[in-house]
Design a protein around this ligand. Structure first.
Ligand code: UDP
Length: 319
């Protein structure tokens, strides 16, 4: 298959490109390099089955076909990154998604939207099944990401019903692993960066808020299963192991063997109190479930950062 991956030079996108090329697909990776990095796709650049196009998906995209599928991942994804680019985040979720959908329609390609657990906002239902509509502050700081993704889901559904585009929506819960940018301000990269450089781990609030962290290889398997299916979704993709942020700090101190202290900073506005996916649908419809536990995934991620000392710059805090 020939597949377009938008956001293909990002953390998740580049792992998806790797896995698709490895199984024999041809990949065209589109990225404007606003948060993506060429280093993430450096290994693929020599492959004949891989092509990189530097382009902004919020502008119309014209590439010669054929394309069997479009995986639309382009968007800033970490809170500090999207809070720094509020208008661009809204634009890529709306115009960017519309362009990617039009592209899929033109090429009669399967379209898979990388949506997010953020569509559930600060959830009143726990854990979160796909039929929960969410609890999102439409004008809060996180809304630029949350509402853009909610609009992207609506746009995707409308293209399915009105134009018969073969669409699928996956809702991705917190994902981590090698190649995350240490400076993008997410929990796993901040804590690992801080632990490995002897700085205090910055826990926001009292650390009782929870997240469920999925290792990148598991997540990519789920996206590929969705590309290969005809399921419309939405389908949650995530790991059901739920950790309080404070316990995750302890785990990372243990895995790294670091003597760093823990420092408490204010909780960011609208930070969701808890998050854990219900993944029955992924298991039923995609035969997908995660295989790598959090301790093992964190160990692999720490090993990767240890092998890349140039990555260990100052982490970014949003509190
Ligand atoms: N967090 C934290 N310290 C950090 C970075 C994040 O305590 O240095 C917390 C944050 O408040 C949130 C959780 O970790 O409750 C996950 O944050 P992240 O930015 O990774 O993703 P989110 O799920 O909020 O989009």
């Amino acid at each position: 298959m020939r597949i377009l991956v938008t956001g293909g030079a990002g953390f998740l996108g580049s792992h998806l490109c790797d896995a698709l090329v490895a199984r024999g697909d041809a990949v065209v990776c589109v990225d404007d390099l606003s948060t993506g990095r060429t280093g993430n796709i450096a290994r693929l650049q020599g492959e004949t089955a891989f092509e990189f196009v530097e382009a902004d998906i919020t502008r119309d995209l014209d590439l010669p076909g054929p394309f069997a599928a479009v995986a639309h991942l382009a968007s800033p994804a970490s809170p500090p990154q999207y809070l720094r680019r509020p208008l661009q985040t809204l634009a890529v979720g709306s115009s960017g998604t519309e362009n990617a959908l039009r592209f899929a329609h033109r090429h009669q390609a399967r379209f898979v939207l990388a949506s997010t657990s953020e569509v559930y906002g600060d959830p009143h239902v726990h854990p979160q099944p796909e039929d929960y509509w969410g609890h999102v502050n439409p004008i809060g700081p996180r809304s630029v990401y949350d509402e853009a993704k909610r609009f992207a889901e609506a746009l995707t559904s409308a293209h399915r019903t009105t134009l018969e585009v073969d669409t699928g929506i996956v809702r991705i819960f917190n994902t981590y692993g090698p190649r995350m940018s240490i400076g993008d301000g997410r929990i796993v990269t901040n804590f690992i960066g801080q632990a490995l450089t002897g700085r205090p781990l910055t826990v926001y609030g009292d650390g009782s808020q929870t997240r469920s962290l999925c290792y990148v290889d598991d997540l990519v398997r789920g996206i590929i299963a969705m590309i290969d299916s005809t399921e419309p979704g939405p389908i949650n993709l995530g790991n059901t192991e739920e950790y309080a942020v404070g316990s995750l700090a302890e785990l990372i101190l243990e895995v790294t063997g670091s003597a760093s202290a823990i420092e408490y900073l204010p909780l960011p506005v609208d930070d969701p109190a808890r998050r854990r996916p219900v993944i029955d649908r992924a298991l039923e419809r995609l035969s997908w479930e995660p295989e790598i536990g959090v301790r093992e995934g964190i160990r692999r991620t720490v090993d990767w950062f240890r092998s890349q000392p140039g990555e260990l710059i100052e982490p970014l805090n949003c509190a």
